[in-house]
Design a protein around this ligand. Sequence first.
Ligand SMILES: NC(=O)c1ccc[n+]([C@@H]2O[C@H](COP(=O)([O-])OP(=O)(O)OC[C@H]3O[C@@H](n4cnc5c(N)ncnc54)[C@H](OP(=O)(O)O)[C@@H]3O)[C@@H](O)[C@H]2O)c1
Length: 339
Amino acid sequence: MADTAPPIAHTTTARTVRVEQPGGADQLRVVELPVGEPGPGQIRIRHTACGLNYIDVYQRSGLYPLPMPLSLGMEAAGVVEAVGEGVTHLKPGDRAAYASQPPGAYADARVMPATAVVRLPDDIDDETGAAMMLKGLTAQYLLKGTLPAGGLAAGDAVLFHAAAGGVGLIACQWARALGLQLIGTAGTDEKCRLALEHGASHAINYRREDFVARVKDITGGRGVKVVYDSVGADTYLRSLDCLQPFGLAVNFGNASGKVPPIDLGLLAAKGSLYATRPTLFTHIATRERTQAMADDLFAVVRSGQVRIPIAQRFALTEVADAHRALEARETTGCTVLLP
Ligand SMILES: NC(=O)c1ccc[n+]([C@@H]2O[C@H](COP(=O)([O-])OP(=O)(O)OC[C@H]3O[C@@H](n4cnc5c(N)ncnc54)[C@H](OP(=O)(O)O)[C@@H]3O)[C@@H](O)[C@H]2O)c1
């Protein structure tokens, strides 16, 4: 009898952070949802730590419209519990971490696509894994794959806005390891000090100083080869004025709002500039690229050249407080939510 009985589906429930409709942090609710078995190409993972990212705010607020109700969160670490058909790079019991769509990482456990999930090296702890995947892989593709014509060489100057944030403090350290002169901007003098401590060559308090004038001053009037701008609406047009001829304007976020449509002629007028608007999810679209980028991130972290700066920890149930702090510009470095 036992040989012919159908397998019993393992169904459990998990606390998951959901949004019923777009809005403020008060829309965040912790609910119990069923977690089933992984299908083909999927895994079930039990999280030990979840990463907080600004994209979670855009998805919660509706700036990035998504179907509702929405389970939130794009980054976490934990232990693989089960793997579906066709998944060969992970097995039950593996420690793993990811930056991945679809959202749903703010949870005790979930079923998700395996493509963007990688095994975590033994010497990288879970909180570090949860804090660094989305932000560290972003710093990786920006500094190594989002480059001006001719690339970047040691000694070249780049401008990086919000340099004391999650992506920012990782980028400061990685830029130093690459020999780049990273000029960072940040919203307080204390944040400027942090950016400098993490490897920025100069730091500008852009709430009090004219960052275009300061960049011109620092670079002897030449300007920088690349501006990495995740602040968006408040900074983008002035960022163009910081570039050398043929420089590259990278807008990769909207912390102050989306960049309004611009006249392409502006790029000609300001020196035959290049402009791009990349997203991590194009870069990690395949398993091979995800693994290669993660290996690069793991190597720089294990070398000690980049330390993942976890400056805030919140219980999963305190997720609304974490969102409020991020939006109020009260956080520095990375933030993790603990189930
Ligand atoms: N495209 C991609 O692939 C990709 C991937 C990851 C992240 N991102 C973007 O990169 C940026 C950094 O992400 P993160 O998660 O590490 O966040 P974060 O940098 O830790 O937090 C955002 C920071 O932006 C600055 N900011 C400037 N104006 C702001 C405003 N009006 N409201 C709120 N913050 C403002 C604040 O720093 P100051 O107080 O110092 O100004 C704030 O701390 C975000 O814009 C995010 O969307 C993009």
